[in-house]
Design a protein around this ligand. Structure first.
Ligand SMILES: O=C(O)C1=C[C@@H](OP(=O)(O)O)[C@@H](O)[C@H](O)C1
Ligand SMILES: C=C(OP(=O)(O)O)C(=O)O
Length: 441
C-alpha cells in the first residue's frame, strides 16, 4: 500500500454542499474517560474516531474498562468505578487533552502508571497539570526532563486544592477536578477567564454535583470528593473546531455555499464564528436545537468579502485552536487582522504562531510575528509553497484551505496527522468540490 506523503490543494471552483463535521474531540475524550471512571454502561453516539480519541480508548481499556465499538461512532464503555494499574505504558499519541485528563483521573487512584506520547506530545509542558496534582499529593517520576513525558504517576490518598488558574485552560481545570473526585473534601478551580466547560457539563450527566460560582469575567468551579460516576448515554455533537475548515473554504472560495450540520454552539467554543462575522462573513446559523446537553445548529458559510479586525484578547480561550484557520482566512481579507494574547498557541502540537507565520509568508502573505500573537495583512494570495507542518493537523488543514483560493497550489507535508482530529477531511472537502490531491510514495 502506498503511503500518502503530502497533499496539494489547488484553486477550486465554487464549493457547494451540505456536510457534517466529525464528533467533538473534547467531548469524545471525556465520554471515554468518564465512562471508564463510572460504574456501569456508557453508550456513546457520534464519537470522534480520530487517532487522539482512539489512543484514549486504548488507555481506558488498559485501566480496566471494557470498550466496544458497536458501529460508526457508536461505542460502549463499561466502567469498573475506578482505574486499575495497567499492564504497560499508556501511550497517548498526539493528544494533549488525552494525557492531561487521564493523568488527573489516574492521580485519584492508588495505582502507578507511566504516560508517554509521540514526539510532539513529548515536547509539550506537563508541569502545568502535574504541579497542582503534586500539591494534592500525587507523586511524579520524570524520565527525561521534569516537565516532559514520559512520566510515572503514583496516585491515591489525595488532599483537596483551591487552585487559581494562571492560563485559561480546560485541560488543567479538568485534570484537577477529576483528581478531586477522589480527594477528601471540596476541590475548587478558579478561572479568571472561562475555559470550555465540557467537563463540568458531562460530569453532571454522569451524576456528579459540580458547583459553579460566577466571579467577574470568570468563575469558581468546585466539587466534593467521594462522589461516584454512573454510566450514562452521551450524544456527541459535531466539532466546531473541525467544522471551521469547510466553513472557511466556503468563505474564501468565490461563489461557494457550504453548510455544516449539527455543529456544537457552546459559547465557550464559538469565538471564531463571532470573529468571522465581525470580518463581514456571511455566516448563518439555522435549526438551533439541543443535542447531548449542548446547543447545536446548522451553519452556512457563503463566499464573502472579508475585512481585517482586531480580535479581542479576552476571546482567545473560546477559539484557541481556531487561530490557524482564522489566519488563513485573514490572508484573503482587506487590511490587517490582529491576533494577540495567544501565547498558548506556541505550546500546542507545534508552535502554531511560528508555523502559521512561516507557512503564510512562504505563500506570499504579509505576517508580522510577536511573542504572544501575530498580524496577518490580507490581499491576493500567491500560494505556490510546500508548507512544513511539524505533524500538526490544524497547520496542515489551514494551509490546504488557503490553497483552495490561492493563485498557485499549496502542498503540506505529514498529512497523516490530520486524522488525529478530522479523519475523512480530504474526502469531505473533495465532496464539496475542493481540488485536493494526494501525493504517494
Ligand atoms: O479541554 C480540552 O478538550 C481542550 C482544551 C484546549 O487546551 P488547553 O486546555 O491547553 O487550553 C484545546 O486547545 C484542546 O484542543 C482541547
Ligand atoms: C491543541 C489541540 O489538541 P490537544 O491539546 O488535545 O493535543 C488541538 O486539537 O488543536
Amino acid at each position: 500500500m502506498p503511503t500518502t506523503t503530502h497533499l496539494t490543494a489547488r484553486r477550486s471552483p465554487a464549493l457547494i454542499g451540505v456536510t457534517r463535521a466529525p464528533g467533538d474531540k473534547s467531548m469524545s475524550h471525556r465520554a471515554m474517560i468518564f465512562g471508564a471512571m463510572a460504574t456501569g454502561v456508557t453508550e456513546i453516539e457520534g464519537l470522534l474516531e480520530g487517532d487522539d480519541v482512539l489512543a484514549t480508548a486504548r488507555a481506558v481499556e488498559a485501566f480496566g474498562a471494557t470498550v466496544e465499538r458497536l458501529g460508526e461512532g457508536r461505542w460502549r464503555v463499561t466502567g469498573q468505578g475506578g482505574f486499575r494499574t495497567p499492564g504497560g505504558v499508556i501511550d497517548c499519541g498526539n493528544a494533549g487533552t488525552g494525557v492531561r485528563l487521564l493523568m488527573g483521573a489516574a492521580a485519584g487512584y492508588p495505582i502507578t502508571v507511566t504516560f508517554d506520547g509521540d514526539a510532539s506530545l513529548r515536547k509539550r509542558p506537563m508541569k502545568r497539570v502535574t504541579g497542582p496534582l503534586a500539591d494534592m499529593g500525587a507523586r511524579f517520576e520524570w524520565q527525561a526532563d521534569d516537565d516532559r513525558l514520559p512520566v510515572a504517576v503514583s496516585g491515591g490518598g489525595l488532599t483537596v486544592i483551591d487552585y487559581v488558574q494562571t492560563v485559561a485552560s480546560a485541560q488543567i481545570k479538568s485534570a484537577i477536578l477529576l483528581a478531586g473526585l477522589n480527594a477528601d473534601g471540596v476541590t475548587t478551580v478558579t478561572e479568571p477567564e472561562k475555559s470550555r466547560d465540557h467537563t463540568e457539563r458531562m460530569l453532571r450527566a454522569f451524576g456528579v454535583e459540580v458547583g459553579v460560582l460566577p466571579m467577574g469575567e470568570g468563575w469558581k468551579v468546585s466539587l466534593q470528593g467521594g462522589q461516584s460516576l454512573t454510566g450514562t448515554a452521551v450524544a456527541v455533537p459535531g466539532d466546531p473546531s473541525s467544522a471551521a475548515f469547510p466553513l472557511a473554504a466556503g468563505l474564501v472560495v468565490p461563489g461557494s455555499v457550504v453548510t455544516v450540520e449539527g455543529v456544537m454552539l457552546n459559547a465557550l467554543r464559538t469565538g471564531l464564528f463571532e470573529t468571522w462575522r465581525e470580518m463581514g462573513a456571511d455566516l448563518t446559523i439555522a435549526n438551533r436545537r439541543m443535542a447531548g446537553g449542548e446547543e447545536v445548529g446548522d451553519i452556512t458559510a457563503r463566499h464573502s468579502a472579508l475585512k481585517g479586525v482586531v480580535v479581542p484578547e479576552e476571546r482567545a480561550a473560546s477559539m484557541i485552536d481556531e487561530y490557524p484557520i482564522l489566519a488563513a482566512t485573514a490572508a484573503f481579507a482587506e487590511g490587517a487582522t490582529v491576533m494577540r494574547g495567544i501565547g498558548e498557541m506556541r505550546v500546542k502540537e507545534s508552535d502554531r504562531i511560528a508555523l502559521m507565520a512561516a507557512g503564510l509568508q512562504a505563500c506570499g502573505v504579509k505576517v508580522e510575528e510577536e511573542p504572544e500573537g501575530f498580524t496577518v495583512t490580507g490581499g491576493p494570495v500567491r500560494g505556490g509553497a510546500t508548507v512544513t507542518t511539524h505533524g500538526d493537523h490544524r497547520i496542515a488543514m489551514s494551509h490546504l484551505v488557503l490553497g483552495l483560493a490561492a493563485d498557485e497550489a499549496v502542498t503540506v507535508d505529514e498529512p497523516g496527522m490530520i486524522a488525529t482530529s478530522f479523519p475523512g477531511f480530504v474526502e469531505l472537502m473533495q465532496g464539496l468540490g475542493a481540488i485536493v490531491e494526494t501525493g504517494d510514495a
